[in-house]
Design a protein around this ligand. Structure first.
Ligand code: C2E
Ligand code: MG
Ligand code: MG
Ligand code: MG
Length: 278
């Protein structure tokens, strides 16, 4: 049907628009079904300490196994979920599921959860966090909320209130994908982040691009001065690792240490690490 419609005049000017819109609508329809029928999953990627690579925690990452199209990546469906508001319900499920899973892990292991700006500013967000903690019994300091710089587009007052409230609950807050967004250093002064996550784009090029290396160094120095932890995202090889450790980055995440894992695989990894340490 869409193809026939597409023979109309506007297709001549914008051949891909029609196709993209159709795919978005399809994702929206399928996503509603996926939520209702419990098809969404979380995978968990290890975050390790620099130096000894000890596991400090995991980042929870949404996975949507689609019956006909394999795994649909979050970069494709999260924006659709944000546009349609579905992200609020999805994000609520993510928080509950991540806390539930983490509550079975050893007490020194944290879980990091990505929160969309839409979910962050939704009226019920505070209660969702409280409920996820209460229902799972997870200590608040084992939960880390990851937000990106884009939350600040909604106005700083509300965001600041929210961050202080999470802080007061004992929940940790990380600034994700640092360096890619609407970067302003001023909010690092006014907001109490526990951690800055250095975007993968800088880490990828750190070994052969002096400007990427300089930016990483500046971020690590800044975070250290502000008493914030750092995590380098997307660490894939030993060259990157050596540079990041030399620059004083405190924690690391990337395929070099582990891909996002199923719940069982993450739990096995923790068990194996424990056994090796004993
Ligand atoms: P993010 O929060 O920055 O998550 C890190 C992404 O980098 C993940 O992609 C992870 O699989 C990928 N990654 C980790 N290490 C490496 C590496 O060494 N090399 C490469 N090439 N990639 C690596 P993923 O799982 O596809 O997620 C993409 C984005 O989707 C996330 O970026 C986050 O913004 C969003 N997302 C994922 N799960 C959720 C969720 O539960 N809620 C919300 N609101 N957003 C989510
Ligand atoms: Mg993240
Ligand atoms: Mg990130
Ligand atoms: Mg990222």
């Amino acid at each position: 049907r869409a193809k026939q419609d597409g023979r109309g005049g506007y297709r001549f000017f914008e051949p891909s628009l029609d196709e993209a819109a159709r795919r978005r609508r399809q994702i929206e329809t399928d996503l509603r079904i996926a939520i209702r029928s419990g098809q969404l999953q979380l995978h968990f990627q290890p975050i390790v300490a620099a130096g000894d690579a000890r596991i400090k925690g995991f980042e929870a990452l949404l996975r949507w196994p689609h019956s006909e199209r394999g795994f649909i990546p979050p970069v494709e469906f999260v924006p659709v979920a944000e546009e349609t508001g579905l992200i609020v319900a999805i994000g609520e499920w993510v928080l509950h599921e991540a806390c539930r899973v983490a509550s079975r892990w050893p007490e020194d292991i944290r879980v990091a959860v990505n929160v969309s700006p839409i979910q962050f500013r939704a009226p019920g967000f505070r209660n969702v966090v409280l409920q996820a903690l209460a229902r799972s019994g997870l200590s608040p300091n084992r939960l880390e909320i990851e937000i990106t710089e884009s939350v600040f587009l909604d106005g700083q007052d509300h965001v600041q209130q929210m961050l202080h409230m999470l802080r007061a609950m004992g929940v940790r807050v990380a600034l994700d994908d640092f360096g890619t967004g609407y970067s302003s250093l001023s909010y690092l002064r006014s907001f109490p982040f526990d951690k800055i996550k250095i975007d993968r784009s800088f880490v990828t090029n750190i070994a052969d691009d002096p400007s990427a290396a300089a930016i990483v160094k500046a971020i690590v120095d800044l975070a250290t001065a502000l008493e914030m932890e750092t995590t380098a995202e997307g660490v894939e090889n030993d060259g990157q690792l050596a540079q990041l450790e030399q620059q004083g980055c405190s924690t690391l995440q990337g395929f070099l240490f582990g891909r996002p894992l199923t719940i069982d695989a993450a739990t096995d990894l923790l068990r194996a690490a424990r056994a090796a340490a004993a």
